[in-house]
Design a protein around this ligand. Structure first.
Ligand code: PLP
Length: 226
């Protein structure tokens, strides 16, 4: 399948999900996750109109960046080791995986300007997942006020890997409620209006629950002949 064909199907489903909850598709940013695919497939994704691309490894990001257009917005969606921050910081537009103080400190030190970050939250509490627990998030964000190079633009989560739709929906809903609480503080360093949630198998639920950024890999860029 061509990316444009996959994208047409995704756009239809986004519209349907938006209709159900009275939202506009214009308020949803699709991040094309190209971590599984070749540089050519990433180029095809950009040509199909996806200008936001996500990678989860430094190597994959650098390799694709070297070959793609300047006007891609790059999202780093993987867990980030502090020692790699210096190699990545000036190359990404958004970091989706801010989940600890030591990482915040390193980003603040290495960045030459304010870096838009999503704070990653582990709503489901699965020990296999990265992210802060719900209770840790607000005190964590409050402390980031002392880091001038960090701007908290939103929260990010991954739903549990399950068929249980109610559980997935509840995860997304809890992230939204947490986001609302943070926004109510009107913290200058943390406008926190965005919600990065929803992947290929759950993005419609995520949209119904308020996602502003959906991270789509397999349904958009795979499967393909190569
Ligand atoms: C790989 C990945 C995605 C995309 O996953 P698909 O299920 O292929 O859509 C989204 N978010 C993160 C953090 C990922 O690592």
């Amino acid at each position: 399948m061509k990316v444009v064909e996959n994208l047409a199907g995704i756009r239809t489903k986004i519209e349907q999900a938006c209709d159900r909850v009275d939202r506009s598709p214009n308020d949803i940013t699709i991040i094309g996750v190209t971590k599984y695919v070749t540089i050519d497939r990433a180029k095809e994704t950009f040509a199909a109109g996806i200008t936001n691309l996500g990678e989860n490894r430094l190597e994959g990001l650098l390799e694709k960046q070297a070959e793609l257009e300047q006007d891609v917005h790059w999202h780093f969606i993987g867990s980030l080791q502090s020692r790699k921050v210096k190699d990545i910081i000036d190359k990404v537009d958004f970091i989706h995986s801010l989940d600890r103080q030591s990482l915040a400190k390193e980003i603040n030190k290495r960045a030459s300007k304010q870096t838009p970050c999503f704070v990653q939250v582990n709503i489901s509490g699965e020990t296999s997942k990265h992210g802060l627990t719900k209770d840790e998030v607000i005190p964590f964000i409050e402390k980031l006020a002392s880091y001038p190079h960090i701007q908290v633009v939103g929260l990010m989560t991954m739903a549990p890997f399950t068929e249980d739709e109610a559980l997935i929906r509840n995860t997304f809903r809890e992230l939204r409620l947490l986001r609302d609480k943070i926004m109510a503080n009107n913290w200058q360093h943390a406008p926190c209006s965005f919600l990065s949630m929803g992947m290929s198998n759950d993005y419609m639920i995520a949209i119904e629950e308020g996602a502003t950024h959906i991270r789509i890999g397999s349904e958009l860029v795979g499967p393909y002949d190569n």
